[in-house]
Design a binder for this molecule. Structure first.
Ligand SMILES: [Zn+2]
Length: 195
């Protein structure tokens, strides 16, 4: 199913304006426009995507109740089986590496009996930091779906993009923005309550 959101409104308006300016000649360029327009229209999130991100958000809320930075992560294998569902536990475990993603990758690898997590998808409520993005690449995670972007330390596109580093032999597919508002609000209220 295809959906229109704000990202698609601009291309739509642009098409109309260009067609108007070119008059009857617009149809000569129709095939090229069709490709350009379709490239700007993204697939809707699947029900599975939404279900797994809802679970990650529930885990993030649990983290907040425990005083941890509210980030949750769910790791799913290629047939949709949940391998791990974790939230940040850096304070509880006294471990700076105990981010939700790292814990999920460790548990998922143990479940699979393999340190390489080929075919898996990692759902996480916040764009991974450099440590977690690096671990995602090293673990060969196939796809990462994150909710809110992190303009301060996001390492899958915001501050840097470790998923696209030349020279590395694995580049995960990365998609952001699923339920971003809910995650951003959770983080905002968590940090506001601690000021
Ligand atoms: Zn991290």
């Amino acid at each position: 199913m295809l959906v229109l959101d704000t990202d698609q409104i601009l291309p739509s308006l642009s098409c109309v304006i260009i067609m108007f300016c070119l008059g009857p000649h617009w149809c000569d360029l129709a095939p090229a426009w069709a490709l350009w327009y379709l490239g700007s229209v993204k697939e809707a999130w699947t029900q599975a995507d939404q279900r797994h991100m809802q679970r990650a958000l529930a885990l993030a809320r649990r983290a907040a109740r425990r005083g941890e930075v509210p980030v949750g992560a769910v790791l799913v294998d290629e047939v949709g089986r949940v391998l791990a569902a974790e939230h940040n536990q850096s304070i509880a475990l006294c471990d700076p590496t105990a981010h939700a993603e790292i814990l999920a990758l460790r548990k998922g690898a143990a479940a699979l009996g393999n340190y390489r997590l080929a075919g898996t998808t990692l759902y996480v409520t916040l764009e991974p930091c450099p440590m977690c993005a690096g671990a995602v690449v090293w673990a060969r995670v196939n796809r990462v779906v994150y909710a809110a972007a992190d303009p301060r330390s996001g390492a899958l596109g915001s501050v840097t993009d470790l998923g696209r580093l030349q020279g590395l032999n694995h580049h995960p597919r990365v998609e952001g923005g699923l339920m971003a508002d809910q995650s951003a609000e959770l983080l905002r209220s968590f940090f506001a309550s601690r000021r």
